[in-house]
Design a protein around this ligand. Structure first.
Ligand SMILES: C[S@@+](CC[C@H](N)C(=O)[O-])C[C@H]1O[C@@H](n2cnc3c(N)ncnc32)[C@H](O)[C@@H]1O
Length: 307
């Protein structure tokens, strides 16, 4: 069941709030910040608290449950129009598509805190984590596209192996794909996360013993990225979505694995219209890592639009 309150703790709240609100603190004309990954609304709330009252936030999420929860949690800002909520993939928000939602006001900040919220990870019905048994689904929006189980049921062995290798950087991808297809041909493909994790564990030589991560971690990451088109979404964000940003506006991206951070770093370097403000990615400090373990792998990069 999705809880009516959020359990998600926003990561790197202070540097994000400071960096994204700065271009707007002295600006007299109203403007927006886009929170492309609204989630539990933690970053949005801090941005709204810090921004002068005539500015607002457009909160975007694919997950309807997150937006319904946010509408209740931030009901005053929603009622006053300082907060708008849009259910869509952020990667679809090129300037033409977004314009009708902006009431003619410019965008001076874009935030993307990638991946899943704790509300989603802890919900067994979403089937994201092998720590919680649930249907092998993994979709952010359960109305959109194939679930992980449906993908594994229909894809070729090579396709499955390639995805596990490319998006999970799993060296035993071929063995995992073979085990999946063998189980499938016997009509025994697991449709639940715990049983699927056990199958992956059997496929990994030695069951992954001696590794600091669970044997199924990389395969679960790969399926999650594939099912949700996560890298395509990030590429669109760094391509057409940033075209919404005004000159002098800022883009902040928190990534959680190297496949994402590499893309952000390269784009910030190669794109003439962007200048990276963070020479090295900002990471959580010891106390944040201790109180919020999810922050351990977070890397924040911030850029400003030059022209
Ligand atoms: C890490 S959480 C964000 C947490 C949020 N910053 C907070 O403070 O509560 C990521 C959220 O982004 C959403 N999301 C991820 N990829 C998305 C995409 N491509 N389009 C729209 N929403 C997406 C997820 O559904 C999830 O709710």
């Amino acid at each position: 069941m999705d809880s009516p309150t959020t359990i998600h703790v926003p990561i790197l709240l202070a540097p994000i709030t400071e960096a994204l609100t700065l271009p707007l603190l002295e600006r007299a004309e109203p403007a927006w910040i886009l929170d492309c990954t609204f989630g539990g609304g933690g970053h949005t709330k801090a941005l709204l608290d810090r921004l002068p009252k005539h500015h607002g936030v457009v909160g975007i999420d694919q997950d309807e449950v997150a937006l319904l929860r946010g509408k209740k949690r931030l009901s005053d800002d929603f009622a006053s129009g300082r907060l708008k909520l849009l259910q869509t993939r952020f990667g679809d928000l090129d300037p033409e598509t977004l314009a009708p939602h902006l009431d003619g006001k410019p965008v001076y900040g874009i935030l993307a805190d990638l991946g899943f919220s704790s509300d989603q990870l802890e919900d067994p019905e979403r089937g994201i984590s092998f720590m919680r048994d649930g249907p092998l689904d993994m979709r952010l929006n359960r109305e959109d596209g194939l679930s992980a189980y449906e993908f594994l049921k229909s894809a070729s062995e090579k396709e499955i192996a390639d995805i596990i290798y490319e998006f999970g950087e799993e060296h035993h991808s071929r063995r995992v794909a073979r085990f999946v297809c063998e189980a499938r041909s016997k009509g025994e493909l697991p449709s639940r996360t715990a049983a699927f994790a056990a199958l992956v564990e059997r496929a990994i030589p030695g069951g992954g013993k001696g590794s600091r991560i669970h044997a199924a971690t990389r395969t679960f990451q790969a399926l999650r990225i594939h099912v949700n088109g996560e890298l395509r979404e990030l590429d669109n964000l760094l391509g057409s979505v940033i075209m919404n940003l005004e000159v002098g506006g800022r883009l902040a991206v928190i990534s959680f694995h190297s496949l994402e951070d590499r893309r952000v770093k390269q784009k910030f370097k190669s794109e003439d219209s962007l200048s990276e403000l963070t020479k090295k990615p900002i990471e959580a400090d010891e106390s944040e890592m201790a109180s919020n373990p999810r922050s351990r792998s977070a890397k924040l990069r911030i850029a400003t639009r030059l022209r």
